[in-house]
Design a protein around this ligand. Structure first.
Ligand code: NAP
Length: 291
């Protein structure tokens, strides 16, 4: 298999995803805003594109994994951006978590130049990205979805095609809204256990044997109790997702008081300088309220 794929954005997720593509035999050309982050990929056999436009010029399809709506738009629309080289026969796949409006803007710009576009945000964090076990939530151009299926099979354990542009973004925001609310409830539970005289490690064991056992509690709980919040999913991105999910609720006149409260806690954590830590660091906000 020797398919030329572009990859823009080598953060926690993009690095792991592009590495898996290289290891599976794809010819990958990478670009990252901070170019030095390309070095590790080059050692594995990747080529470097000097700009997003240079990557798109070289590749039949290009994948992006960027921080947020602002970076997703900038990489497409700014000077030396994707739009300068996209055209007939070329595909662009944005796997970043953004809102449906951002995705629609990118879709319109790419297709107006004759290119094809797929949004494909992912469920699953650093470890699933490294293990090629992501869940891919795609929407948009069905032919591009099929063309990219070999790459999706490398990066993920399951891909969904959800129909029209916006549906992938919406699904991803719903999932992360639930996850952010769960993380807050979990943090409050740990603090309540400890504050009322229980051993919080016993709580972890009890939770893990019951109907609300889940990999997130199991994986993050012990580290949270040690205040170890080494980032797998940066808190600033979780707060961005809560904000975008609340906006989706707003547009649909849906009241979401639990998510709104969780968003406030993540905002508070950001204001305390915890944005680059794992989103489990919201535990520190909840703990602070106890003192
Ligand atoms: N981590 C997870 O568990 C996880 C899971 C599912 C989905 N996601 C989503 O996946 C996306 C990437 O997450 P991540 O954890 O990999 O984030 P990350 O480690 O913070 O990486 C962000 C990437 O975006 C780039 N970037 C930021 N601002 C930019 C700009 N203005 N112009 C160009 N590039 C810019 C960064 O470049 P520099 O290196 O130059 O800063 C970096 O490559 C986010 O949308 C996130 O919500 C993350």
């Amino acid at each position: 298999m020797e398919m030329e794929v572009g990859f823009l954005g080598l953060g926690i997720m993009g690095k792991a995803m592009s590495m898996n593509l290289i290891k599976s035999g794809f010819k990958v050309t990478v670009w990252n805003r901070t170019l030095s982050k390309c070095d590790e990929l080059v050692e594995l056999g990747a080529s470097i594109g000097e700009t997003p436009a240079a990557v798109v010029r070289k590749c039949k399809f290009t994948i992006a994994m960027l921080a947020d709506p602002a970076s997703a738009l900038s990489v497409v629309f700014d000077k030396n951006g994707v739009l300068e080289e996209i055209g007939n026969g070329k595909g662009y796949i944005d796997m970043s978590t953004v809102d449906p409006e951002t995705s629609t803007k990118i879709h319109e710009a790419i297709t107006s130049k004759g290119g094809s576009f797929l949004e494909a945000p992912v469920s699953g964090s650093k470890q699933p990205a490294e293990a090629g076990q992501l869940v891919i939530l795609a929407a948009g151009d069905k032919a591009l979805y099929e063309e990219a299926s070999k790459a999706f099979d490398v990066m993920g354990k399951k891909s969904f095609f959800l129909g029209q542009i916006g549906n992938g973004a919406r699904m991803k925001l719903v999932v992360n809204m639930i996850m952010g609310s769960m993380m807050n409830a979990f943090s409050e539970g740990l603090v309540l256990a400890e504050g009322s005289g229980l051993n919080p490690h016993d709580l972890l064991d009890v939770l893990d044997l019951g109907g609300i056992a889940n990999p997130m509690f199991r994986g993050k709980g012990p580290n949270m109790l040690k205040s170890n919040h080494t980032p797998a999913f940066p808190l600033k991105h979780q707060q961005k997702d809560m904000r975008l999910a609340l906006a989706l609720g707003d547009q649909n006149a849906l009241s979401m008081p639990v998510a709104a409260a969780a968003n406030e806690a993540f905002k508070k954590a950001r204001s305390m300088g915890l944005g680059d830590l794992d989103f489990s660091a919201v535990y520190e906000v909840v703990k602070m309220h106890k003192d």
